[in-house]
Design a protein around this ligand. Sequence first.
Ligand SMILES: NC(=O)c1ccc[n+]([C@@H]2O[C@H](COP(=O)([O-])OP(=O)(O)OC[C@H]3O[C@@H](n4cnc5c(N)ncnc54)[C@H](OP(=O)(O)O)[C@@H]3O)[C@@H](O)[C@H]2O)c1
Length: 303
Amino acid sequence: MIASTTHKTSSVTVPFNHSNSTAKSCNLSLQSLPYKQTSIIAHMDKSLEVSTSTIKQELPLKIGIVGLGAFGQFLAKAFQRQGHNVLGTSRSDYSEYCKDNGIDFFRDLNGLCEAQPDVLLVCSSILSTEDVVRGIPFHKLRPDTIIADVLSVKQFAKNLLLDVVPSDFGILCTHPMFGKFSGKNSWEGLRFVFDKVRISGNSAQQRKCEQFLNIFQDEGCEMVEMSCEEHDQYAAESQFITHTVARILSNMNLESTPIDTKGYETLMQLTKNTVSHGSDLYDGLFLYNVNAIKQASSIQYKY
Ligand SMILES: NC(=O)c1ccc[n+]([C@@H]2O[C@H](COP(=O)([O-])OP(=O)(O)OC[C@H]3O[C@@H](n4cnc5c(N)ncnc54)[C@H](OP(=O)(O)O)[C@@H]3O)[C@@H](O)[C@H]2O)c1
């Protein structure tokens, strides 16, 4: 059972190997040295011990993005910023974009899976994700690959992945609670919700999962570990309501006036940002979160 508490994960990542073998291979005889020197060497040895025990030796991850739309591209930039290798595929042809941005583009999921990413990250629209996930050729991936997603609705993603993904594969459900507007300049303090739905303990899979989560932590995100079910309850109260209000305002075709208050300016900006996501996201938030339907009827009832 996944704990629904909030906490931070932490670990140090370095792109190079540390080893105290140099110190050991010197084979220094401490007894034959004056006290001051033995004390210095003992201290050096101690600090090497500390650094080797706290620093993990990690190679960059190979992250395969499925769905190179606005959000997939936005995430790819952060993965690359942190030195990871990004591969991608999408329904549309993004080969030019990928060439210009250092992403290995594959025409289809077969090619991407043959390249054997450590993490396959589903970034497709909510409405298309079931078809996308059912189309993954799992036999081409290593059996300990982590299948992760960033869908804004989590219970649906979790149930789908548990239904389709073979049992040795890891499943990590995530929802970055920000996008290209709110996370444009920095991700500092922005919330990142995750649920380790199925990650085998004490394994390479677990280490890669932590390494993947550390990308968001190192960007400054507030890491929130929470069950997918709990996420959907909160999201219906916050994200769905925000999008619904923005859609209502957008349908009113509001215009700026010469005497706009700060509050009105905020509403106009919210409407502009939210509506720019297109209708697929809103339809997904409404149709794929059972709690959203309750919220929608509560709006009707109250007004
Ligand atoms: N935008 C955000 O701020 C934000 C924040 C957190 C999470 N998310 C989640 O991230 C995901 C992507 O969001 P988005 O903002 O990029 O826009 P979106 O409209 O929700 O999704 C666009 C992506 O879905 C793919 N797609 C759409 N219809 C498809 C179909 N029939 N078959 C296969 N692929 C299809 C598109 O592929 P092509 O481009 O190749 O056509 C594109 O990669 C969503 O699940 C959303 O919930 C978004």
